[in-house]
Design a binder for this molecule. Sequence first.
Ligand code: ADP
Ligand code: MG
Length: 341
Amino acid sequence: MPIRRLPESLVNRIAAGEVVERPASAVKELVENSLDAGATRIDVALREGGRTLISVADDGCGMGPDDLLLALERHATSKLADEDLTRIVTLGFRGEALPSLAAVSRLTVTSRSAGAADAWAIGVEGGVVGTLRPAAHPIGTRIEARDLFFATPARLKFLKSKPTEVGHVTDVVGRLAMARPQVAFSLADEARTLLSLPACESGLAPSCGDDARLRRIAAILGKDFAANAVAVEAVREGLRLFGHAGVPTLHRRTTAQQLLFVNGRPVRDRLLHGAVRGAYQDLLASDRHPAVVLFLELPPELVDVNVHPMKTEVRFRDAGRVRGLIVSALKHALAAAGRAA
Ligand code: ADP
Ligand code: MG
């Protein structure tokens, strides 16, 4: 057979397979976009667990009509101004989420940019982009994805029960919300409110303090964690680790309550989980796992986030240094708490 170039709509559907696995991954991409847009409030609404509708509305910077059109194109992004992949400071950078979602759902984007008098909307169905039309909307963006995977029935078959999918969405929004106590979040499936998280009152400060962060974490993970966690704070060689570590008696059956963030991005990383395990090694039975919420901050050039389309894996330039910091900071915090007890 001759080699041929695939049409854009098919390329987008192939890419969508990696980016949009289920409703939760669509919600993750949309909420990340809202955070990158500087939103202070993000409202997520689902119908049938996200199968028939996912709606994410924010009060971020919005988009003008030209940008609305561009946003739907593949590899179009406002986030790599200097084309430098070694200094990524936004959650998105691949320019893939919107075209991918547009390829596998009926997508509508409505947006009004800060300072603009009018809002605009555009729809995409089966990869075919409609025409821009004037709309009514406050400053910010609302993205609605209907009938997820209607164009890819094979993927549709892999969706689990509604409670399972809703659970994944709740996890995703909760994780992003933990790293941003200064942003208000809500999540509802039809009439049921799943999360309602007010923004912390930070005044003019760019972020909230430890207390506000712990309140946010408690609202998501439960009061049990907050009541049984010690504060972690350590700085070493340009790396900073902060957050909260459950005391050894708060052990769990799985690592599901080990929430790890790198520069504000929720990640799943074996190196980080391994470091947590190492720190608790002498304190827990080998089949039990601690609960921790840890935020690692480091210069963006010391970590590569361009590892996987879903952006949940990272590679550290100096893995040993990261591991050392985590193990020593956790041991120190737990020992101090043990002495105080
Ligand atoms: P990426 O986030 O990697 O840039 P996306 O496909 O997710 O790629 O989005 C493409 C572009 O659309 C973004 O770079 C941004 O400029 C714009 N955009 C998407 N969502 C929003 C939003 N909620 N508010 C403002 N701009 C947005
Ligand atoms: Mg994005």
